[in-house]
Design a protein around this ligand. Sequence first.
Ligand code: DC
Length: 225
Amino acid sequence: MIITIDGPAGSGKSTAARMLARRLKIAYLDTGATYRAATLAAIQAGADLRDPAALAQLVGRLEIGLHYRGDDLAVTVGPQDVTREIRLPEVSDKSHYLARAPAVRAVLVDLQRRMGLKLAAEYGGVVSEGRDQGSVVFPQADFKFYLDATPEVRARRRCDQLLADGQQADYQEVLQAILLRDGRDRSRSVAPLIKPPGGVEIDTSGMTIAQVTDELARLVQAARP
Ligand code: DC
């Protein structure tokens, strides 16, 4: 069984995807981690982020690994463990250079498909989460979800997360950053963030993550024979 969950940053999709996978006792695939790992490698190699051909060549040579142990995900590039570094703000800020390069996406989409199919075979199913999982990577998925929330709600959630992590958060700054990332994700010419054909859209603005997970699980279980 393949379930895809796409949506913008802060829609709750990562947490919901993880919780849904746990509930259904199947695997979870964080495809954003592959873009982040590739971005970190490009930064570390001093690559010209505005040169898509150079980026594609570099990414084609990388050995990106996602290693799941229960709920924990370790990310490696070759022998290097990059689990923490890929979450740095610099990586978030620069990932759009790789995400908009078609030849980079081709390499990562192929990797995500192989990982997703392997996990699905091993665990009886996978919840694959990203921006283009239902539209490009797994168009034949058994269930496709598209989660969204207003930019204001997403900014508030992000601020709460930062504060809970003991970091500072300025609501207006966070909101502007979310609007910028939305624009980049939705307007790129290759694999833009869209509601996939046949996808079920859920507005999570007024919902808790637990409610979102319940709703996803209900929809999957109701449709299963
Ligand atoms: O979901 P995230 O913040 O970890 O994503 C990191 C970057 O990768 C962000 O620029 C969006 C991009 N991305 C993508 O283009 N397609 C995906 N399937 C997943 C992430």
